[in-house]
Design a protein around this ligand. Structure first.
Ligand code: ADP
Length: 274
């Protein structure tokens, strides 16, 4: 389970990325975070593996608070898939997938990149499971298509059988048909392992198709939280229209300018939509 308790984030330059967010994502749920650019989606995700530390509130992963002193214990339990894949292009597929196991290795093994046989076997299995061929293992990542590279990214993210999978705009660099394949793969891999997924997207149709639950952020606040089926056209329009940088929307005023009148926040019990 992934839990945010009254989390806020104000960057050093004074930008408030998150106001106050409380969210519980239960084990095995595929939760999609929607919101316009700058709404705080990446900041929210990055807090779960300690890449960004909240300036207020707490983040918990399976009973451990995410903080500097717990990162070594928390990171092996969290996988991450990135928009631009974050692979090493000149390294082989095998090396990139195996690197997903580095947070769980003793320092000397990580330094020497010496992976036990069990991990090498797991990497081969994962490469097959994500739809690549054994001959891809020795290919350089730079020789693969974008869709294939994201398959490598997904295999890498599952190397340590993470309890939580963070996916930050995982299909933003891919065309629509491949995006669907990649999200299906992500969902199936997570489902088989009972992993919790927190995934930011900007495509509402894909969110509705793949999410169990949608959480929508606007200006660092949750403005919708509910089952994917309840996130209808009107709600989507309200979310993105309200985010337009018009003077009225951007300048603080007396009548709570951050409230989007036509978005219906859905109050859910702890754990949200199942
Ligand atoms: P999203 O992922 O929804 O686009 P982000 O979490 O990336 O939103 O950003 C939320 C807000 O925080 C934006 O205004 C962004 O410019 C700002 N921000 C993000 N990272 C930093 C940073 N390192 N320093 C200052 N401001 C940042």
């Amino acid at each position: 389970m992934l839990r945010y308790e009254s989390v806020g984030m104000r960057y050093a330059d004074g930008t408030t990325a998150l106001e106050s967010v409380s969210l519980r994502v239960p084990r095995g749920q595929f939760c999609v975070v929607l919101g316009a650019s700058g709404a705080g989606k990446s900041t929210l995700l990055r807090m779960a593996n300690g890449l960004t530390a909240p300036t207020r509130g707490e983040v918990w992963v399976d009973g451990t608070q995410v903080q500097a002193s717990s990162l070594a214990a928390v990171r092996p339990r969290i996988g991450m898939v990135h928009q631009h894949f974050n692979l090493v292009p000149r390294a082989t597929v095998a090396t990139n997938v195996l690197s997903g196991a580095l947070p769980g290795l003793p320092a000397w093994r990580a330094y020497l990149m010496r992976f036990p046989a069990e991990l090498r076997e797991r990497a081969c299995r994962l490469v097959r499971e994500v739809g690549l061929q054994p001959e891809h293992l020795r290919r350089r990542v730079s020789e693969l298509s974008g869709g294939q590279q994201q398959r490598v990214g997904i295999a890498r993210a599952f190397m340590l059988a993470p309890a939580v999978l963070l996916a930050d705009e995982p299909v933003a660099s891919l065309d629509p048909r491949i995006s669907r394949d990649i999200l299906e793969l992500l969902r199936n891999q997570a489902r088989e392992r009972g992993a919790t997924v927190l995934c930011s997207l900007h495509q509402v149709d894909l969110a509705r198709e793949f999410a169990d639950r949608i959480v929508a952020l606007r200006h660092g606040l949750i403005v919708f939280d509910g089952p994917a089926g309840q996130f209808d056209e009107a709600t989507a329009r309200a979310l993105y229209q309200a985010a337009r940088p018009t003077g009225a929307a951007m300048s603080p005023g007396p009548a709570s300018p951050r409230a989007a009148p036509s978005i219906r926040p859905v109050a859910l019990s702890a754990g949200g939509a199942q």
